[in-house]
Design a protein around this ligand. Sequence first.
Ligand SMILES: C[S@@+](CC[C@H](N)C(=O)[O-])C[C@H]1O[C@@H](n2cnc3c(N)ncnc32)[C@H](O)[C@@H]1O
Length: 240
Amino acid sequence: MEKLKLFKNGCNKCIRINVDNEEFVIPAEAEFCPGPVESIKHLDYDDKKFDCIIMDPPWPNKSVKRLKTYNTFQIDDLFDLPIETLCQSTETPVIIWLTNNLTVHSSIDQILETWGLQKYAVCHWLKITKTGEPIFPFGSNHKVPFESFIIAFPISEKIEEEKKFMIKNNFCFISTPNSCHSRKPPIIAILEQLIPKMKFDKSLELYGRYLCPRTTTIGFEVLKFQHCFSNFVSNDNYYK
Ligand SMILES: C[S@@+](CC[C@H](N)C(=O)[O-])C[C@H]1O[C@@H](n2cnc3c(N)ncnc32)[C@H](O)[C@@H]1O
């Protein structure tokens, strides 16, 4: 397995970097690795721990395959990832985006068990148009107006009470989606509001395509949405 090469913006402001004559914005204290998620085994060898782990795996998907939007994988590839050992504590939330595919839903319990995690809640992101309508009608057999994610924690003997926060099962937040296929909203900003007692000083995002402050992001397309000209409006006073 290739050694993990991490790049880091060590200062507390956004910076701009130049890669092959193209400019990218790197948020404060963001760390990233443009490479395979399987290399997180090296984070484990280095005994790195995180306050929150988020992942949006490239679940097998007919339209992604047809349109060649990004690389997908075999579900079995997930089992080997050392997720639990990268958790700071048994209070570390692990967020996993799902698709509406039945195979994904039927595999997830086994994946969580292999990782040593227990499911806490399933939550939803309802996608609406600018005028506030769901982007697809509810009840359609073909497309649904929401996406779902699981919140899991490392299995522990501690009583469930300790993990009680404002996210209940079937919690739902609502926003307008980005036009890019499969792009998800940054979830840490929402968790920070809902779990005020928790600190998210050091998060890990797997399969990410954009960077967030104080977050280590690993994936084949980590800089996709950091491109200066296509994703940001320039405000030169803000950068270093
Ligand atoms: C579902 S998309 C993630 C979307 C992202 N959450 C967003 O909001 O834009 C999955 C990403 O994982 C990447 N990918 C696929 N297999 C990978 C692997 N083994 N290691 C790293 N990245 C991988 C794909 O190229 C794609 O960029």
